[in-house]
Design a binder for this molecule. Structure first.
Ligand code: IPE
Ligand code: IPE
Ligand code: MG
Length: 241
């Protein structure tokens, strides 16, 4: 590892480009999603090796329901398969699994699987793998706002006590640090409704490679880019004069 590498506490990844990866090979989009699982496995291993504490992966957005039914069903099945096949090994390597997103839109049996994976791995501390599934930041903020409004209406919360820190505790990401680094593969440079609030001061790194080609080396390059950034959080460069 190169010296001077800064390791983000929390890295978040928009795993994009599965469909284009497959099309470029004359394969159906589903083949790209399937290949994306192997890339995910390398990303998790690499994150643990780098000493990253939180790795959040965007697996399915609230807008992805707009895709053809067959593709949506394939993605839902892929999540089930990933949980079934990988949880034991993730657990053995000390990975804690957490899921963010709206569970109400998901089948009960899938929600149970996700909850079981969370419960099994609850005590693990090597790496937090945060799976964003049926996740949309606007929807997350809307859900949080509704709960806050209900508390105010019930007289349980004083509107004067609503602060950014309080709002944080109503989000799916409550008690997680904000992402320091946000990576998007596949060449698009947009956020697509991912962690809008939480990414207020994240460093963005856009990678041209499609997600199925992602590996530890590409991850290391993103970390090098991140290390070269000067984070100021609205303040000034570390005082020198
Ligand atoms: C990312 O790859 C995976 C999901 C959004 C579920 P895409 O399926 O968006 O692939 P492209 O962007 O069409 O190539
Ligand atoms: C973002 O990718 C969602 C995930 C990676 C799960 P999309 O492919 O859905 O985003 P857009 O449509 O290009 O913005
Ligand atoms: Mg895409």
């Amino acid at each position: 590892m190169r010296t001077g590498l800064k390791i983000p506490r929390h890295a978040a990844i928009i795993m994009d480009g599965n469909g284009r990866w497959a099309s470029a090979r004359g394969l159906p989009r589903s083949a790209g999603h399937k290949a994306g699982i192997d890339a995910l496995r390398s990303a998790v291993r690499a994150a643990a090796d780098f000493g990253i504490e939180y790795l959040t992966i965007y697996s399915f957005s609230t807008e992805n329901w707009k895709r053809p039914r067959a593709e949506v069903l394939f993605l839902l099945e892929l999540l089930r398969r990933f949980i079934r096949q990988d949880v034991a090994e993730l657990h053995a390597s000390g990975v804690r699994i957490r899921v963010i997103g709206d569970r109400q839109g998901l089948e009960k049996s899938l929600v149970t699987m996700l909850e079981d994976a969370e419960a099994l791995t609850r005590e693990n501390t090597k790496l937090n793998l945060v799976v964003a599934f049926n996740y949309g930041s606007r929807q997350e903020l809307t859900r949080a706002t509704r709960v806050i409004a209900e508390k105010v209406a019930a007289g349980e919360l004083d509107p004067a006590h609503i602060t950014p820190e309080l709002l944080d505790t109503y989000l799916d990401t409550a008690h997680m640090p904000a992402p320091d680094l946000l990576i998007r593969t596949g060449g698009e440079e947009r956020i697509s409704n991912f962690l809008l609030w939480q990414s207020a001061y994240a460093e963005f790194v856009f990678i041209p490679e499609f997600w199925p080609d992602f590996n530890a080396e590409i991850f290391a390059r993103a970390l090098q880019e991140y290390s070269s950034r000067e984070r100021r959080f609205g303040g000034l460069k570390a005082q020198s004069a």
